[in-house]
Design a binder for this molecule. Sequence first.
Ligand code: CO8
Length: 378
Amino acid sequence: MHQPAITGTGVFTPPEIITNEELVAAFNAHVDLWNAENAAAIAAGEVEAKAYSSSEFIVAASGIERRHVLDKSGILDPKVMHPWLRERADEEPGVMAEMGFAAARAALEMAGVAAAEVDLVICASSNHERAYPAIAVEIQQLLGAGGFAFDMNVACSSATFGIQAAADMIRSGSARKALVISPEICSAHLEWRDRDCHFIFGDVATAVLIEREGEAKGPRFVIRSTRCATEFSNNIRNNNGFLRRTRKGHMQDRRDMQFMQNGRKVFKEVLPMVSAHIAAHMAEDGVQAVDLKRLWLHQANKTMNDYIGRKVLGRDPEPGEQPNILQDYANTSSAGSIIAFALHSGDLAEGDMGLICSFGAGYSVGSVIVERRGGRCA
Ligand code: CO8
C-alpha cells in the first residue's frame, strides 16, 4: 500500500466580478419589467408580484459579498438574466476543459510534476457541459497526461468524493499521480430571476494533485483518511437532463430546469448530518479537536460554517482557524472547500493536521483529514 499525499493545488478564478449591489440593481430592474408585463395577472390575483432583493439581506443571510462569473453581461441584463457563453466548435476546447486545464496547470506547477507523469484525471463537478465524451478525457488530452480519465458528479461533494477515489487508487497502486479537477460553472444552472437564490453561486475551477508521498518533491499534505456519506433528499434538485425532450412541454421555460432548493430545510437537515459525520470520521482516525489546526469547510453559508466550526472544535474558532472564502467567491459548489484549502494552508507547519469537508445536494458529505509533512510552503 502507498501513502497518498496532496502535493499541489490550483485555482482558476474568472476575472469578472459581480458585487451584491450590481446584482441587486439588475434583479430589481428585472422585477420592474416582470411586474409591468404581468400587471393584469397580478391585479386579477392569478400570480404574485415579484418582490425586490436587497444587498443587506444577502450579506446577513449568507455572508456573500461578491462572486466571480464567466460572463456578467448576460446575468446583469434584466431582459436576459443568464450568462452568455460563446458557442464552441467541436474541435475547440470546451469551457469546462479550458477552466479545468488552467487550474490543473497551476497544481502541477506547485508540485513540480510534468503533465505526462499524470495517469489519472477525474473531473468532479456538479454539472457537466455535455454527456460525452467525458470532460476529464478532454482535459487529459489538453494536458498531455497518460493513463485514464473519467467524470463524476456528487454535486457540492464532488471534489472530496473525487479525492477519496483518487487516494484509494494511489493507495492500491492502480494510479500513481492523479488530478482531481472541479470546474464549476454554477452561473449557468442558477436561476438569476429567483430572489430566494439569485445571490448564492459563482464560477471557478480547482485542481488537486495527489501522488505517492515518497515521490513528493516538496511540502505536502498526507491524506490520513477520507469519509464519504450520502442520504437521498429532494431539497436541492435540478431536473434538467437528457430525458427532457421525451416529456410534453419540454421547451417551456420551466423553473425546475435550474437549481432549486428549500434553503431552510437544507440548513436544518444538513447541519446535524455534517456535525455527526465529522465527529465519526475524527473518532475513526483517532483525531481529537485539539489536533486540528484548520478546518476548510464547504462554502455555502457563513452561519452554517460558524455552527459547524463550534461543533467540531467545541469552542468558537479563532480567526484564521476556519477560513471562509465565500464572501469573495460565493458558493462555488464542490470547489469551495478546495479554494479555502488552496489559499489558506501554506502556513501550516510539520505535523499540523486539518480537515476538508464539503456538503450539499444528494444529500452528500465528504471529509478528508490531512497532515502537513515536509515543512511550510516557500
Ligand atoms: N432579498 C430580500 N429578501 C429575501 C431575499 C432577497 N434576495 N430572498 C429571500 N428573502 C426573504 C424571504 O422571502 C423571506 O421572507 P418571509 O420571512 O417574509 O417569508 C425571508 O427573506 C427569509 O428567507 P429565507 O428563510 O429563505 O432565508 P434564509 O435565512 O433561510 O437564507 C439561504 C436563505 C441563504 C439560502 C439559507 O437558507 C441557506 O444558506 N441555506 C443552506 C443552503 C445550502 O447550503 N445549500 C447547499 C446548496 S449547494 C449544492 O448542494 C450544490 C448544488 C449544485 C450547484 C448548483 C449551482 C447553481
